[in-house]
Design a protein around this ligand. Structure first.
Ligand SMILES: Nc1ncnc2c1ncn2[C@@H]1O[C@H](COP(=O)(O)OP(=O)(O)OP(=O)(O)O)[C@@H](O)[C@H]1O
Ligand SMILES: [Mg+2]
Length: 293
C-alpha cells in the first residue's frame, strides 16, 4: 500500500477515527487530487465523523452545512442582515440627512457594506481557506440546491452582486455525505470521488468501540459487538443498529455496571440499540436465543 495512504490512516487513528484501507485510499486521493469526497452508507457508519476527523488531522476548521428539505442558497451562502440595515438607515435619518440626489445612491451603497453581510457556511468555507467543508446529508436537499452546490464545487468562487466575487485562496477539502434517501445527480457525482461505507466487520467494530468508549471493558465490548453483528446479519430489522448505536448500548451497559452481557440486562437496555417498537420485539426474541445458556 502507498506510504501516503498508510500515513494518513495513522493520522486519522491518532484523532480516534479508524479507516480501513479502501476508505483511507479514497480520502488520500481526494486530498491529493483536490476533489470533493462523496460518502454514502448506512446511518451511523462514520460518514460525518470522518469529516470531523479529517479537519482535526489537517488542523483546519470544520465548516458544516446540514442539509434539509427546502434549504436554499441564502441559508448556505450568505444573507443580508436586514434588521441592522434598517438600524443603519434610522441612524442616518437621525443625523438629519435629507437624501439629496447624490446622497441616495451613496446611502444605498452603504447598506450593502460587508459589515451587513451574514456569511453562511459555504461562503465562510471559501473565506477561511483552507478549511474542511462538510455538506451533510445532501440527499435531503432538493435539485436546485444540488445545482447550486455543483456550481460552487466547480469554481470555488461565488459572486455577490453588491460586493463582488469571493474566491477561495485554496479550495476547501469537501466531504459530502448521503444516506441515499434519493439518488444524487450524475453531474454532482462526477465532480466527486465516491465511497460506500459499510458496517464494519467484527474486529474493526470492537476496535472502534475500544477507541471511542475506552471505559467499556474489552470483554463487554466484544460481547456487545458480537450481538450487534448477529442482529445486523439477521437482516429482519427495520433499522439495523449502526456503530453509533453499538457505542450507545455499550455505554449504557457500562453505566449499569454490567460485566457480562445477559439476556435480562440486554432486554432492559434495548432503548439504546433499537428505536422502533417492532425492532425491539424482534431483538428481544433474538437476544433470548443468543444469550440464554
Ligand atoms: N471508523 C470509525 N472510527 C471511529 N469512530 C467511528 C467510526 N465509524 C463510526 N464511528 C463512531 O460512530 C458514531 C456515528 O458516526 P457518524 O455520526 O459519523 O455516522 P454517520 O454515518 O454520519 O451516520 P448518519 O448517516 O446517521 O448521519 C460516531 O460517534 C463516530 O464516532
Ligand atoms: Mg452523519
Amino acid at each position: 500500500m502507498d506510504d501516503g495512504v498508510a500515513a494518513l490512516a495513522d493520522r486519522l487513528r491518532e484523532v480516534g477515527y479508524l479507516a480501513d484501507d479502501d476508505l483511507a485510499t479514497v480520502v488520500f486521493l481526494a486530498l491529493r487530487m483536490e476533489r470533493p469526497l462523496l460518502l454514502e452508507g448506512e446511518p451511523g457508519t462514520g460518514k460525518t465523523a470522518l469529516a470531523e476527523a479529517l479537519a482535526a488531522t489537517l488542523g483546519r476548521p470544520l465548516i458544516r452545512v446540514q442539509c434539509y428539505e427546502g434549504i436554499d442558497s441564502t441559508q448556505a451562502l450568505y444573507d443580508w442582515d436586514f434588521p441592522r440595515q434598517i438600524l443603519h438607515l434610522r441612524a442616518l435619518e437621525a443625523l438629519g440627512r435629507d437624501g439629496g440626489d447624490g446622497e441616495v445612491a451613496e446611502l444605498e451603497k452603504s447598506l450593502y457594506d460587508e459589515r451587513f453581510l451574514l456569511a453562511r457556511p459555504v461562503l465562510t468555507a471559501l473565506q477561511q481557506s483552507p478549511s474542511v467543508l462538510l455538506v451533510d446529508e445532501v440527499d435531503r436537499a432538493d435539485d436546485e440546491f444540488e445545482a447550486f452546490l455543483l456550481e460552487v464545487l466547480s469554481t470555488y468562487r461565488v459572486t455577490i452582486p453588491e460586493l463582488g466575487t469571493v474566491a477561495a485562496a485554496q479550495p476547501p477539502t469537501v466531504v459530502l455525505t448521503s444516506n441515499r434517501t434519493r439518488e444524487l445527480h450524475d453531474a454532482l457525482k462526477r465532480r466527486c470521488l465516491y465511497h460506500w461505507i459499510d458496517h464494519p466487520g467484527l474486529e474493526r467494530e470492537v476496535a472502534i468501540l475500544r477507541e471511542r468508549a475506552p471505559e467499556v471493558s474489552a470483554e463487554l465490548a466484544r460481547q456487545v459487538v458480537g450481538v450487534v453483528q448477529q442482529l445486523r446479519a439477521g437482516g429482519d430489522l427495520l433499522k439495523p443498529p449502526g456503530v453509533a448505536e453499538t457505542l450507545d448500548w455499550a455505554r449504557a451497559l457500562h453505566h449499569l455496571g454490567t460485566a457480562e452481557l445477559d439476556a435480562e440486562t440486554a432486554a432492559r437496555t434495548l432503548g439504546a440499540l433499537v428505536k422502533y417498537r417492532d425492532d425491539a420485539e424482534r431483538v428481544r426474541a433474538a437476544l433470548d436465543r443468543m444469550l440464554t445458556p
